[in-house]
Design a protein around this ligand. Structure first.
Ligand code: 5RP
Length: 229
């Protein structure tokens, strides 16, 4: 089974959790896009959902495939969010934001009664941090914010390069008009403390540590999909 087939397998298993009439948060990334494709087939066969997309990219795909969308303003309380992840640890703590949508992803997931993660086995880790941690920051005071993050990291025994994410000739801009710093901390022994303290830095808009948000993960491997709770 190749990587795409595993993503489809996880996405298909997640579809079993979606009920007719649900208000659904719809994630961002290649795995979430497989979910959107399968969801669109169900919608075409008469299944009714209302989706809230977590990015402009997901919104475009949903519109193209006929998945009905609402804004989070129209639907501020959701039943379920299905989204991918860059890393998942045994406590269902996540690193997200590889696709740069972490702020909307976190807002939508937290507005949902449940968040289900869909991923393949390569995303499962014992300790978070091999994937660079995306941190969404305000462009104003970028240098000061970066220094504050470096000082925090040093206090928590973390080190590593922190770079502004690039796109084409310039910096990557999020849907909210912010920048992303990718922090190569390596292993993060105390992700809870890092998450809490990053939130206390004024220039940090949001970070990619999702702690206590996911309620279940569907992990696809070469022999099928398993559920982590
Ligand atoms: C986007 C995300 C994605 O869910 C994450 O990067 C996983 O993407 P993919 O399914 O393409 O591996 O957090 O901000």
């Amino acid at each position: 089974m190749d990587a795409r087939e595993m993503k489809i397998k996880a996405a298909a298993a997640a579809l079993d959790y979606v009920e007719d009439g649900m208000r659904l948060g719809i994630g961002t990334g290649s795995t979430a896009e497989e979910f959107v494709r399968l969801l669109a087939e169900k919608v075409a066969s008469g299944f009714r959902i209302e989706g809230v997309p977590t990015s402009e990219r997901t919104a475009r795909l949903c519109l193209e495939l006929g998945v009905p969308l609402k804004s989070l303003e129209e639907l501020p309380e959701l039943d379920l969010t299905i989204d991918g992840a860059d890393e998942v640890d045994p406590k269902l703590r996540l690193i997200k934001g590889g696709g740069g949508a972490l702020l909307r992803e976190k807002i939508v997931a937290c507005a949902s009664q449940r968040m289900i993660v869909i991923a393949d086995e390569t995303k499962v880790v014992e300790t978070l941090g091999a994937f660079k941690l995306p941190i969404e920051v305000n462009a104003f005071g970028l240098g000061a914010t970066r220094i504050a993050i470096e000082k925090l990291a040093a206090r928590l025994g973390l080190s590593g390069e922190i770079v502004v994410r690039a796109s084409g000739d310039g910096p990557f801009m999020t849907d909210g008009g912010h920048l992303i710093l990718d922090a190569s901390f390596g292993r993060i022994p105390d992700a809870d403390a890092l998450a809490r303290e990053l939130n206390a830095i004024p220039g940090v808009v949001e970070h990619g540590l999702f702690i206590g948000i996911a309620s279940l993960a569907i992990i696809a491997g070469p022999t099928g999909a398993r559920v982590m709770t």
